[in-house]
Design a protein around this ligand. Structure first.
Ligand SMILES: C[S@@+](CC[C@H](N)C(=O)[O-])C[C@H]1O[C@@H](n2cnc3c(N)ncnc32)[C@H](O)[C@@H]1O
Length: 213
């Protein structure tokens, strides 16, 4: 990927969120977990937004391809890790920002529960952008002591994506909990209305096939 190439509204919204966060109180280390093509991490690197950017994916061939792609950036400011994101180790000296985008809610819950159970004393904040099972993820997040920093709905080519930015460990009362539903509907936005209808429509149960005699 050419670092100046555009990345589409979904990843761009996350990039803007990261840029704003870094202007307020910078995270020294940002993790592009489940990175695949690495587009987001490459942008973060090329805009020099943090001291260290870590690319993580569970598939070795993805990390190998990415290593070749980001070679022009030189070493020192980034790291590549082939691993299940739930098995990562975070040092307690730093605040961390973990980005988890493009994977389903169930997978995200597994990753978060593994990370949080192993790091009870490390400040880890997250940006989530699930590809499915948003409600399940919200239910899970609302049951934890995580605080909502911001949320937004981004639509691209008739698909809408929820982007949820949370503080991993928050003192009760300082930030609102993550709510069970995204509250950012724009009633005049056709894409928002279609998405709202879609997620509130119960899935059709499969009818048994009729036998042809
Ligand atoms: C659809 S891509 C998402 C790419 C990018 N984050 C985005 O939002 O465009 C999903 C990637 O997540 C990786 N992945 C899925 N589960 C993972 C896990 N538990 N740990 C690390 N990587 C994982 C897959 O190998 C795949 O490359």
């Amino acid at each position: 990927m050419n670092p100046s190439a555009s990345i589409g509204p979904r990843l761009n919204a996350i990039l803007e969120l990261v840029t704003e966060a870094q202007q307020k109180e910078a995270y020294p280390c940002i993790w592009d977990c489940c990175c695949d093509h690495g587009y987001l991490g490459i942008k973060i690197l090329s805009y020099n937004l943090c001291e260290k950017l870590v690319f993580v994916d569970q598939l070795p061939h993805i990390i190998e391809q990415l290593a070749a792609k980001i070679a022009p950036f030189g070493t020192g400011k980034h790291e590549l890790i082939t691993a299940d994101a739930g098995d990562l180790v975070f040092d307690s000296q730093n605040r961390h920002l973990v980005i988890l985008a493009g994977v389903g809610g169930e997978c995200l819950i597994e990753i978060i529960s593994k990370i949080e159970s192993k790091h009870p004393d490390v400040q880890i904040d997250y940006i989530f952008c699930p590809s499915s099972r948003h409600k399940l993820l919200r239910e899970y997040l609302s049951s934890l002591s995580m605080g909502l920093l911001s949320e937004q709905l981004v639509c691209d080519k008739k698909r809408c994506y929820e982007i949820i930015y949370v503080q991993g460990k928050t003192q009760t009362g300082l930030l609102p909990a993550v709510s069970l539903n995204c509250g950012l509907w724009d009633m005049d936005n056709v894409d928002h209305q279609q998405y709202l209808k879609k997620i509130n429509t119960p899935r059709a149960s499969k009818k048994p096939k009729r036998r042809i005699k």
